[in-house]
Design a protein around this ligand. Sequence first.
Ligand code: PLP
Length: 367
Amino acid sequence: MSPTDQSAVRLRPEIIALPAYRQGKAAAASAFKLSSNENPFGPLPGVIAAVGAETAYNRYPDASASVLRERLAARYGCSPDEVHVGSGSVALLSQLILAAAGPGDEVVYSWRSFEAYPSLVTVAGATSVQVPNRPDHGHDLAAMAAAITDRTRVVIVCSPNNPTGTIVRAAEFEAFMASVPSTLLVILDEAYAEFVTDPDAVSGISLLGRYPNLVVLRTFSKAYGLAGLRVGYGLGPVAILDAARATAIPLSVTGVASAAAIASLDVDDELMERVRTIGIRRDTIWRALTEQGWNTPAPQGNFIWLPTGAETAAAAEALGAAGLVVRPFPEGIRISIGEEESVDELLRTCQDLVRNLPMGHSARRLG
Ligand SMILES: Cc1ncc(COP(=O)(O)O)c(C=O)c1O
């Protein structure tokens, strides 16, 4: 062991034990990167021009991203103070958890879900309470409500859920909100909301102003294709957002990121056309997989979920060998909807995979 492998400095043991954030694997030039739920379309010319015009790098950015906040407030019919912008929605998750939960407190969320949740909770010094997904891979909101104790300070609801792609229905969510104390912060993480086509899905935007304890998170990383610039936003009651703002690392949303987000809102129609294209591609892939015999939940984000269980490592390897870099989890494989050219190979490889799944495997449709 080298002298730097283990520090004599007293660090928090729960932090030392944390796994480092595992980023979606990079892809070779000849492969398709379907591991990080990114948008396969590059930025539109107007967005590139807005970024290029933002050259005052010698100056700090506007700490509150006020122009972007005003723009979002006008879009959603709320006040700019009811909008909070962060360097990605993951930053907002961190701030909200820090604002509400500390040592001895609990944060409830469904599991498996977004892999950043456990570490953000640990960093805050709080304790994760993970409620298993239902057998259909969706959130078990009744079980989540039942998991709330006097120590619970935050509940995170993720719709569509990363990595399973399932949505929470509006009626289910409203029943859940009615059953939880209004002193408990509920975060509705809607990183993939723009891809949703199921009319029964919850839409945080339609609930704004209804609940004193609800914050809705959105991002420019996925539908808007700005993952590399890091900008996301939260919508909700001013007092909660003020608390989040108080925990934020100041000045972390750059002027370039704000400019790109504003320019993206200017070309919203074109971007949403791309989102529709990705949604159609997703549904085509899902239907083909279902015909091949896969038992996989109807996807509502920009990714599909193969619940391959014990077969995951071998299946991910086969996909990788076919030039498709995907994201394996212990329970299954998440595959982002990528370039059109990736689809044929994906379906060919999945056809072989489903044929080779053991009889009775839960990822195989019965009959
Ligand atoms: C469910 C969910 N929430 C939040 C995020 C964070 O996205 P960003 O920080 O890029 O806005 C992600 C990213 O993958 C996600 O899947």
